[in-house]
Design a protein around this ligand. Structure first.
Ligand SMILES: CO[C@H]1CCN(Cc2c(C)cc(C)c3[nH]ccc23)[C@H](CO)C1
Length: 306
């Protein structure tokens, strides 16, 4: 049972890390400039999946620490960004940041021992996800996973953000439910990318919102919460009958709703300034679009890719 992916404690009294046992915080020490933080997800015994933009080409493994929950710290053996990730690729067209293929795998220096507060999340097109979806193995295909998870219309999903419990001054994790804008809603969602400050020169939105992205946010039918820069690299998760499957990696957003604000307050989300504009959308790398890279990098992790 310990090797089952995407299994978490459900009761309200469970600790945040037991409810989200794959949640990791990645701290990158920048000599002379303090720390940068990102989120990530445990996807196997040795690997954490995150966003490539959390790292620069000069970051070294020794400068990176991965924390599981409040206190399980891991050193890092290697960082492997997707080979097609190139944030400066469109600079000569006046587009300063380009987030295509914004994914990276961080190899931990030692194996994670599975426990109630340390367990991998399920990845698409693995036998673990077939089991989590209660479908027959090996009859169920990767295409079936995509049809079952990324259905037509607004797909309910969530990401996790850290927040401050106003009363107890403790930090916590809060789930933010968002809808993945599929089919006809997708166009409107992607069009709002042009409202991002650095994208004024973008003529055709498909220049910056490529096939690799899932789009969330907006106000239809109700307002979706938005990501903050600090949420970069965290998983976009689809819950299915109390099992959790990661379908995206948080990459970028149009509006940083936490900019120069303290941590958002848990649950009430009051500090994520209210009434952020309907065009505040968030973009996540769709894991179904980077499968060859995932298979290759995780080939020795026993994940049984389909
Ligand atoms: C091209 O510039 C645009 C994209 C990046 N945005 C920053 C950003 C990053 C980097 C990552 C995550 C997860 C974010 N969530 C909300 C904002 C945000 C800027 C400023 O909002 C606008």
């Amino acid at each position: 049972v310990l090797s089952m992916c995407g299994l978490a404690k459900e009761h309200t009294q469970a600790r945040d890390q037991e409810k989200n046992p794959w949640h990791v915080t990645i701290s990158i020490r920048r000599p002379g400039r303090g720390f940068e933080h990102c989120k990530g997800s445990l996807v196997s015994e040795y690997y954490v999946l995150t966003a490539a933009h959390c790292f620069t080409i000069v970051d070294k493994a020794e400068e990176i620490t991965v924390t599981l929950g409040e206190n399980q710290r891991f050193e890092v053996a290697a960082v492997r960004s997707h080979p097609l990730y190139q944030i400066g690729k469109l600079k000569d067209r006046g587009i300063s940041e380009f987030y295509d293929y914004d994914v990276a795998l961080v190899k931990l220096a030692k194996k994670v021992i599975p426990s109630v507060s340390a367990r991998p999340i399920c990845l698409p097109c693995t036998a673990g996800t077939t089991r989590a979806l209660r479908k027959p193995h090996p009859q169920t295909t990767c295409r079936n996973h995509e049809e079952l998870l990324l259905t037509i219309g607004n797909v309910p999903s969530f990401f996790v953000t850290d927040c401050k419990h106003e009363d107890v001054q403790a930090k916590g994790l809060s789930r933010k439910t968002v809808k993945i804008r599929n089919s006809e809603k997708k166009i409107g969602c992607e069009a709002d990318a042009k409202k991002a400050s650095q994208y004024v020169n973008v003529t055709d939105v498909s220049q910056v919102v490529t096939e690799r992205f899932l789009c969330t946010g907006g106000a239809d039918p109700e307002v979706d919460p938005n990501t903050c820069k600090g949420d970069s690299g965290g998983p976009l998760i689809i819950p299915k009958r109390q099992r959790y499957i990661q379908v995206g990696v948080i990459s970028w957003g149009v509006v940083d709703v936490c900019r120069n604000r303290k941590l958002p307050v848990c649950e009430t989300g009051r500090n994520r300034h209210e009434g952020f504009p309907a065009h505040a959308r968030d973009f996540h790398i769709n894991l179904f679009k980077v499968l060859p890279w995932l298979r290759e990098e995780l080939r020795d992790e026993g994940l049984d890719f389909l």
